[in-house]
Design a protein around this ligand. Structure first.
Ligand SMILES: [Zn+2]
Length: 277
């Protein structure tokens, strides 16, 4: 079994489980503080409330902790890690880690969980990358762990640890693993995409070009998107004027920021898709 220094990015529902399960030297990275509402689904105790998650997690793993919001400017905090474990809940960070790993040749393991299901995929140099498999940055993103079942979180955490073990043992073979509490586990084949930017060395996220075009949304009925838009063409097409305009339940700004009032992310995305295909 190989030994690798690993970094866990994100210590929420998934990362706090993975940190406890994983064996080996760890760097723990998270920007948040433990809140009372986290205790139900995240691996923290009452006495951790108010502490930074990265610091609180040192209790289970007495390794290096870094309190930071990973972005293209501070990504060198990953430099001492040899394998990166994504336990974040946002796409921007995943594409960023993907760029970083393509550039440095490091491996990483993506994991994501929402409601009753989730995905895990290990990515080494030579494999299909995250951008090859998920080229569309409009894919679903989770907002809060409130909508995620604890059993799904635990299963995805175990699957991520299993993938890490297979990388360390040297018998890893890339697959996109999907797990659903009702249907169980399925493994999907992955394929490199010839037009994948990260694989071609065009690191849009690492270079900071995508900082404001990634999808984000808030835990409310207001969803915030950043899109590459041709503002003037779109505004003229919809018969609007000005530096921003309202259209149905959307507010669209020149810099590509789009606010959408909707009762679910799906509806917000549907509204977005109607005007920006
Ligand atoms: Zn790729």
């Amino acid at each position: 079994m190989m030994r690798m220094k690993m970094a866990i990015v994100g210590l929420g529902a998934l990362g706090s489980q993975v940190a406890e399960l994983i064996k080996g030297e760890l760097i723990l990275i998270d920007r948040d503080v433990v809140e009372e509402k986290n205790l139900e689904r995240q691996n923290y105790r009452k006495e951790d409330v108010g502490k930074e998650k990265a610091k609180a997690m040192e209790r289970v793993k007495p390794y290096k902790s870094i309190v930071a919001d990973l972005n293209h400017k501070n990504i060198d905090i990953l430099d001492e890690a040899e394998l990166i474990l994504d336990c974040t809940d946002n796409l921007y960070t995943r594409y960023l880690i993907n760029d970083y790993c393509r550039k440095t040749g490091k491996g990483w393991v993506y994991s994501g969980v929402i409601r009753n299901h989730g995905f895990v995929m290990g990515i080494r140099q030579g494999d299909a990358c995250f951008g090859c498999v998920f080229p569309d940055s409009r894919s679903l993103d989770t907002c809060d762990t409130a909508g995620v079942e604890l059993e799904a979180i635990k299963k995805i955490a175990k699957l991520q640890v299993r993938v890490v073990d297979s990388i360390l043992k040297g018998d890893f073979e890339q697959k996109l693993i999907h797990f659903n509490l009702d249907k169980g586990e399925t493994a999907l084949k992955t394929k490199k995409r010839a037009d994948c930017k990260a694989c071609k060395g065009d690191y849009e996220y690492l270079d900071g070009k995508k900082e404001i075009t990634s999808i984000q949304h808030q835990c409310s009925d207001l969803y915030v998107f950043f899109k590459d838009i041709d503002y003037d063409t779109l505004r003229d097409k919809l018969g609007k004027k000005g530096e921003y305009f309202f259209y149905e339940n959307l507010t669209i700004f020149r810099n590509g920021r789009i606010l959408i009032k909707a009762d679910s992310l799906e509806r917000a995305k549907a509204a977005l898709d109607r005007i920006i295909p």
